[in-house]
Design a protein around this ligand. Structure first.
Ligand code: UDP
Length: 370
């Protein structure tokens, strides 16, 4: 007997929602379930005082792929927001990412030649041949001034570990730009959905059956019988009852404040690079959509140690966790009627455009064969 649905989709984040949209378009019947009380996973926005608050951290869409840009814009129009974060370090404000403005603010260098000479001089003094940890890696790439002002304390807060104990790969690349360009990303297309990310998810899931506050693990047997196949975007170790061990993450804690001012910091993102502050950054959400409200909502972002009761944000992709993931991955390949995908099921810190691209590729392959 045929099951009620072709696909049960576990998780309504970007991976699940894009898959559901594509499968439905191909004539398949989907049921999307999510254990949270809302759809959208971590891109979900909460409306506070008429401002779309990025509830699970700032999400700024960017991509080089025109097809992908057009894909998301068919559901909601994106604005031309450009991420140009500021950094507060040792009592002064600097532009990020590291560019001619930052170098001028730091050293007073006025030309690319002067700035390059300064960085080269620092690398020559502090750089090492084969960097063995994050500190050595950073010193070898940008030298001591930039490391001390912008990297060391921020990174130690972010990861809760000494920079000398962190793997070098976390900052394999540190973009250094010799132009006066404060755009954080190099991609051609960048923006925020006008009206918030919920519009994107609602567009993807329009006309599709969705059940929130519905935890797959509360009754797996029942859910497994509902559909021919499952698309699973939750934690891969949880899917296998943690039988090989628990994959570790770094967590975040967000504190929102509503302020009686129309403009608190003049920018969407200000990084707090010094150890004196427990938070790594303050987000002022209205600036993502050039909001004109009388009030403002800000969020302080506090990195946190993770345990299985907390939200999983950054995968700890060290050797130990990565090899555990590889073992789970092998098990997942044996699950013939389950499609795994997304940040938590692939244990990978994806950008949004990468997750969407992945969901499009996976769904295409599945729908052509299935
Ligand atoms: N980072 C840093 N100083 C900064 C911003 C970032 O040292 O002012 C480093 C830090 O190690 C962090 C990594 O760059 O873990 C990635 O940070 P980014 O803000 O780009 O990523 P997000 O946390 O927004 O995904």
């Amino acid at each position: 007997m045929k099951n009620e649905y072709d696909y049960l989709i576990v998780g309504s984040g970007l991976f699940g929602s894009v898959f559901a949209y594509e499968a439905t378009k191909a004539g398949k019947k989907c049921l999307v379930i999510d254990k949270r009380e809302h759809i959208g996973g971590n891109v979900h926005c909460e409306n506070i005082e008429g401002i779309n608050v990025h509830k699970y951290g700032a999400h700024i869409f960017h991509t080089n792929d025109k097809t992908l840009w057009n894909y998301v814009n068919q559901f909601v129009e994106f604005n031309n927001f450009t991420n140009s974060p500021m950094s507060l370090s040792k009592g002064k404000l600097y532009n990020l990412p590291f560019n001619m403005n930052t170098f001028y603010q730091l050293w007073g260098t006025k030309t690319p030649q002067e700035a390059k000479a300064k960085i080269d001089e620092q690398i020559a003094i502090y750089g090492v041949e084969n960097p063995k940890n994050l500190e050595e890696q950073a010193l070898s790439l940008v030298g001591k001034d930039i490391y001390d002002h912008f990297i060391k304390e921020y990174t130690e807060k972010q990861w809760g570990r000494k920079a000398t104990e962190l793997p070098a790969f976390i900052i394999k690349r540190l973009p250094v730009r010799f132009t006066f360009d404060n755009n954080y990303f190099n991609d051609t297309y960048q923006g925020i959905p006008i009206g918030g990310y919920n519009k994107l998810i609602e567009g993807l899931l329009e006309g599709i059956e969705v059940a929130t506050k519905t935890d797959y693990f509360s009754d797996r047997e029942k859910f497994n019988k509902l559909s021919d196949k499952i698309v699973y975007s939750g934690k891969i170790d949880e899917y296998f009852d943690y039988k090989l061990g628990v994959l570790e993450y770094r967590s975040l804690h967000f504190e929102n404040e509503i302020l009686e001012t129309d403009n608190f910091q003049g920018n969407a993102v200000v990084n707090y690079n010094d150890a004196d502050y427990d938070y790594t950054r303050i987000i002022e959400h209205k600036h993502f959509e050039f909001g004109k409200q009388n009030k403002t909502v800000i969020t302080k972002e506090y990195p946190q140690e993770w345990n299985p009761g907390k939200e999983a944000f950054y995968p700890i992709n060290d050797a130990k966790n990565q090899s555990l993931f590889d073992e789970y991955k092998k098990l997942s390949l044996e699950e013939k009627n389950v499609i795994f995908g997304g940040r938590l099921s692939e244990y990978k810190y994806y950008d949004m455009h990468q997750v969407i691209a992945l969901a499009l590729t996976r769904s295409k392959k599945e729908l052509e064969n299935g």
